[in-house]
Design a protein around this ligand. Structure first.
Ligand code: MSP
Length: 508
């Protein structure tokens, strides 16, 4: 089996329905898995739902139902949204799954037996939105920087994980291996956190206050609380999928809101549990609307199924991947999505495909003609070869926007090639018909290569292009296919259709 690679999205809370933020991380995971599959790597991604804790119990009470029924409904909604939008997760974990509970209890017992969990009393400032205690210096104007509400002071007896014991080891590791957290700005943020005392981590809730959790194996009066439960779902899910062999190749994809739990709580937990550390933490920024983070509590939500119905999933994927520079924040705007759809997808790619395939029908009855490459043809081929190399440079660095830019530079070259070689004019002269056939052959190769290049990002478009070219679907994985060899003599393409109809009514 070739080198494996494993990605995770966060395990999403079930107190909100799937929105743009959740979709972005999941689209990235899907794109990366498709990209590595195309390169013959054994790759999968895991997603799922985070279902225990105070705020889920509160949301269920609000909805007049039990936490279990509430979680069942919203978890199913996440799963069906990813199914309907073609985001192909390899495993969907629920923190209420029985195998997950067993896994968490086993890890708790191990860490308890090592003396890294103790009982104590604590008074602290708790944010219910983040499901964690805050230190005074982390607050902004006395409020949680994310939820913008003052935390609640809570005093109770609880179990604590001796996180501080592992601080030095973690700090040394992150200093020694700079690529463990990317982009580097987030690693520096974590190093700063680790240079201050991190203290210990409260991991339980008394059942008198919260029952909706996983019971501690060493004290049935308590349940474990959100982070100790949810983070372990990455490992419990992979184990349940029968793929724990991939664990050392784990890449966690998250937004910056949950950096501390993933960069500080989680690796110290893994060290204490004697489990191998994950390979890399990949942190992206926020999608904002009018400069605020999108979230249900702020009421500015974009739903993936609405976007799919309005523009098609590939157009939505394209916008997300092209607009955001991984690591930085981006502003979501439906008007900007429509502008890109019309200019880059409908004009840049869609028009090229329909024009080439229409000319192919009209001038050579759809039949691919022999090549006789001229310098202008070699330059077209070189533009696509360059794009392919650039994609391979940018994807391992999570620069999706740069990868798409590179592909669109090649498409731009192809559009200029059509104008420069002008097959529609040459076709008027019967003596030039062989050259017309040769030009269209080059353009069919350009479309075939485009299908391969866009496949990880725009999977439906790739499939449709391949169908229009009448090539077998597995051509998408044949990256080694030399230019000029995709079409056998006498091969017939199909008439072109509009890949991306223009949107003429601006969104309200
Ligand atoms: N349940 C925890 C995570 C536990 S992981 C072991 C949680 N859930 S969440 O539903 O709030 O999801 C947060 C994640 O959703 C972010 O880290 C990011 O992946 C995605 N996003 C949610 N809103 C977002 C934006 N506005 N912008 C970009 N991504 C965001 O935290």
């Amino acid at each position: 089996m070739p080198d494996g690679i494993f990605f995770t999205t966060p395990i999403f809370y079930v107190n909100a329905e799937p929105h743009l933020g959740h979709t972005y991380t999941t689209v990235i995971a899907d794109t990366l898995v498709r990209y590595w599959h195309q390169r013959g790597r054994d790759a999968m991604f895991l997603t799922g739902t985070d279902e225990h804790g105070d705020k889920i119990a509160a949301a269920a009470a609000n909805a007049g139902t039990t936490p279990a029924a509430f979680a069942d409904r919203v978890s199913a909604l996440f799963r069906s949204t990813w199914d309907r939008t073609g985001l192909r997760y390899g495993w969907f974990v629920r923190t209420t799954d029985a195998y997950h509970r067993t896994f968490v209890q086993r890890v708790l017992s191990t860490i308890h037996a090592r003396g890294d969990i103790y009982f104590g009393s604590y008074t602290g400032l708790y944010c219910f939105g983040c499901e964690r205690f805050y230190q005074e210096r982390e607050l902004v104007g006395g409020a949680c920087p994310d939820h913008k509400v003052a935390p609640t002071e809570i005093a109770e007896e609880n179990y604590f994980f001796r996180m501080g014991r592992y601080q030095e080891r973690l700090l040394a590791l992150l200093e020694r291996e700079p690529d463990r957290i990317v982009p580097d700005g987030y690693r520096r943020e974590v190093l700063a956190l680790l240079r201050e005392p991190i203290g210990d981590l409260c991991i339980s809730r008394p059942k008198t206050r919260l029952e909706w959790g996983i019971e501690l194996p060493f004290d049935d009066r308590y349940v474990t609380y959100v982070w100790f439960d949810a983070l372990l779902s990455y490992a419990s899910g992979l184990d349940a999928a029968g793929r724990f062999d991939l664990w050392p190749a784990t890449h966690h994809l998250i937004a910056k809101d949950i950096l501390k739990p993933h960069a500080v709580f989680w690796p110290t937990m893994l060290l204490a549990a004697g489990l191998p550390l994950y390979r890399r933490l990949c942190v992206h920024g926020y999608w904002q609307m009018n400069a605020d983070k999108m979230s249900k509590s702020l009421g500015n939500v974009v739903r993936p199924l609405d976007m799919q119905a309005r523009y098609g999933m590939d157009a939505f994927r394209y916008y997300l991947l092209r607009e955001m520079a991984f690591g930085q924040d981006a502003e979501f705007s439906e008007a900007a999505l429509v502008t890109r759809l019309n200019a880059e997808l409908a004009n840049g790619l869609g028009n090229l495909a329909s024009r080439v395939l229409a000319m192919q029908q009209r001038y050579v009855a759809g039949e691919v003609q022999p090549r006789a490459p001229e310098p202008v043809d070699e330059a077209l081929h070189a533009a696509f070869a360059r794009a392919a190399n650039e994609v391979d440079d940018h994807i391992p660095a999570f620069a999706f926007h740069r990868a798409l830019e590179a592909i669109w530079r090649a498409l731009d070259h192809a559009n200029k090639y059509v104008t420069a070689t002008a097959p529609f004019s040459l076709a008027k002269d019967p003596a030039r018909r062989p050259r017309v056939g040769a030009i269209l052959h080059e353009l069919c190769e350009a479309l075939r290569t485009t299908a391969q290049l866009v496949a990880p990002f725009l999977p439906e478009t790739a499939d449709r292009l391949v169908a229009m070219l009448a090539l077998p679907p597995d051509v998408l994985g044949r990256l080694d296919l030399p230019w000029g060899e995709a079409f056998a003599a006498g091969h017939r393409t199909r008439p072109g259709e509009a890949l991306f109809p223009r949107i003429d009514t601006p969104p309200s």
